[in-house]
Ligand binder design. Sequence first.
Ligand SMILES: [Mg+2]
Length: 182
Amino acid sequence: MLAKFLPTWMVQATYDISPTKLKELGIKVVLTDLDNTLIAWNNPYGTQELRTWMAALKAAGIALVVVSNNSQTRVDRAVSKLELPFVSRALKPLTRGIKKAMHDYQVTKDEVVMVGDQLLTDIWAANNSGIASILVKPILPSDAWNTRINRFFEKFVMTALVKKYPKLTYRKDININERNTK
Ligand SMILES: [Mg+2]
């Protein structure tokens, strides 16, 4: 059961993930969570680091697609400033959003990776879909009550994961030669 929550990699921040390494892995599409992964609630335009990273991804020929559990209206409003394609109502940890994005872009499981800040939605959804995942640190602690409850369980699961997989820690980048495996 615990293995369902195991991220393939853990990286400090989304913009630390090297597009060159993703390319070496054969990644064609990066699926990403929105809130606290790409942007903070108080900065819908994203940071300069994020914008630089998005440009580097584009230059590497890798598509970036937001896969969010939020409604169409909410995601559309948030993502319009970043000019990114998206799938809303993704139902993470279920596979709906990830499968839809993979179908839209006609990519195989080996050609996508899911980036997110939550084990119980993003990483679980990636594992349910049989694709690789990258857990990043949340940009900001959230005030939303449902996220706060989630954080409590997140902490609980992370503690159990680290106990079972002692090497788990947030790193500077992905290591293409070393995946966390069950
Ligand atoms: Mg999030």
